[in-house]
Design a protein around this ligand. Structure first.
Ligand SMILES: NC(=O)c1ccc[n+]([C@@H]2O[C@H](COP(=O)([O-])OP(=O)(O)OC[C@H]3O[C@@H](n4cnc5c(N)ncnc54)[C@H](OP(=O)(O)O)[C@@H]3O)[C@@H](O)[C@H]2O)c1
Length: 296
C-alpha cells in the first residue's frame, strides 16, 4: 500500500515507519519541517500536492503536544488547529483526487472519556467534560468527515510509554534521582500502553478490513497512580517516596494538571481483545523492564 503518514517525525510515527516498511508498504510523511531527520526509503513532503497520484491509506497522527506547554488560550487554539484543521485539509484534498484512500486510521486519545473515577471504560462509554475531551471529540468528528467512504478506525491512545519521547522521560525523572512520587491522592487511573503495542495496533487496524470505529489502545492492565509508582520503584530501586500534592502540580503546570495528571480514566481495550489482538507487553512490570533494560 502507499501510505500517507502525518506526524511521522514524532514519537509514535518514528516507530511506526519501520513496521510499515517491514510489511512492504511505501510511506510518505507530510511534515512542516524543511529538513526532517530522514529515514531511508521514506518520501517527505511539505505540501499534499507533492504526493504521488495514488494514496491507499492515511494514518493521521499530527498535532501539537498536549504536555509541552502551559494551556493558555493561544496554545489551546494551536492544539485544536494542528489536529482539526489539518484533518479537514486532508479531507478536502482527498475529495478532489481521482482515487481517494480506502483506509483511514486516525489517532485520538483516552482523554475523550474525560476525568472518570473507577468505572471501566470500553469503546461504548460516553465522552466526558473538559478541554481534552472536547478536542478529541472535534478531532474524531473531523476525521469522520474527512475519511468519506474510506474505512475509518479511530485509535484512542492511552499514555504511550517508551524511552526517548512521550510522557515517560518526565514521569521517570524523579525516580532517577531516587525519589518516588505519585500525584495527588494517587487513586486516579493511568491507562498506559507500551509504544511497541501501539505500533502493532496501528498495523492490526490497517490489515483487518473488518475493523472500523473507535478502538481503545491501552494495555489490559490499567493501574492507579500509586500502583504505577510501586512498579516504578521496583525498576528504579528508589528508597524515598514523596507524593506530589495536587495543589503543587496545579501551580506548576496549570489546567493541564487537572485533566491529565490529577484525574484519569480506567480504560479497557475491549475491541482489540475481542478481535484477537495480542499485546506484546500487557503487564506494566515487563513494559517498564523493557524500557529501562531493553537488552535483558
Ligand atoms: N504519546 C502519547 O502518549 C499519546 C497519547 C494519546 C494521544 N496521542 C496522540 O497521538 C499523536 C502522535 O503522538 P506522538 O507522541 O507521536 O506526538 P509527537 O511526538 O508530539 O509528534 C507529533 C507530530 O505532529 C506534528 N506537529 C506538531 N506540532 C504541530 C503543529 N503545530 N501543526 C502541525 N503538526 C504538528 C509534528 O510533525 P512535523 O514536525 O513533522 O510537522 C510531530 O512530529 C498526537 O496527535 C498525540 O496527541 C499521543
Amino acid at each position: 500500500m502507499n501510505i500517507l503518514l502525518t506526524g511521522g517525525t514524532g514519537f509514535i510515527g518514528e516507530a511506526l515507519i519501520p513496521a510499515l516498511q517491514e510489511r512492504g508498504h511505501n510511506v510518505s510523511v507530510l511534515t512542516r519541517q524543511l529538513a526532517p531527520k530522514s529515514r531511508a526509503d521514506v518520501e517527505y513532503v511539505q505540501e499534499l500536492q507533492d504526493l504521488g497520484p495514488c494514496i491507499d491509506a492515511v494514518i493521521n497522527l499530527a498535532g501539537a503536544s498536549l504536555a509541552d506547554k502551559r494551556w493558555n488560550d493561544a496554545y489551546k487554539q494551536k492544539m485544536v488547529a494542528s489536529r482539526v484543521e489539518l484533518t479537514r485539509t486532508l479531507g478536502e484534498y482527498f475529495r478532489r483526487v481521482e482515487s481517494p484512500p480506502t483506509v483511514w486510521l486516525n489517532a485520538s486519545a483516552i482523554g475523550y472519556y474525560g476525568a472518570r473515577d473507577d468505572q471501566e471504560l470500553d469503546e461504548s462509554a460516553s465522552s466526558g467534560a473538559g478541554f481534552a475531551a472536547e478536542l478529541c471529540r472535534d478531532w474524531e468528528a473531523a476525521a469522520t468527515d474527512a475519511a468519506g467512504d474510506a474505512r475509518l478506525c479511530i485509535l484512542r491512545l492511552g499514555v504511550v510509554l517508551d524511552a526517548g519521547g512521550g510522557a515517560y522521560p518526565q514521569m521517570a525523572q524523579p525516580f532517577r534521582f531516587g525519589v518516588a512520587n505519585w500525584i495527588g491522592d494517587g487513586r486516579q487511573w493511568l491507562s498506559w500502553v507500551h509504544r511497541e503495542d501501539v505500533v502493532s495496533a496501528f498495523c492490526f487496524a490497517l490489515d483487518r478490513a473488518d475493523l472500523s470505529g473507535p478502538i481503545n489502545v491501552t494495555a489490559p492492565e490499567p493501574v492507579t497512580s500509586r500502583d504505577f509508582c510501586t512498579a516504578m520503584r521496583k525498576v528504579h530501586r528508589t528508597l524515598l517516596a514523596i507524593p506530589m500534592p495536587a495543589f503543587l502540580m496545579r501551580a506548576m503546570v496549570g489546567e493541564m494538571a487537572d485533566e491529565l495528571l490529577i484525574t484519569g480514566q480506567r480504560v479497557q481495550p475491549a475491541k482489540l481483545l475481542a478481535e484477537g489482538f495480542e499485546f506484546t507487553l500487557p503487564r506494566l512490570a515487563s513494559a517498564l523492564e523493557r524500557i529501562e533494560r531493553p537488552a535483558s
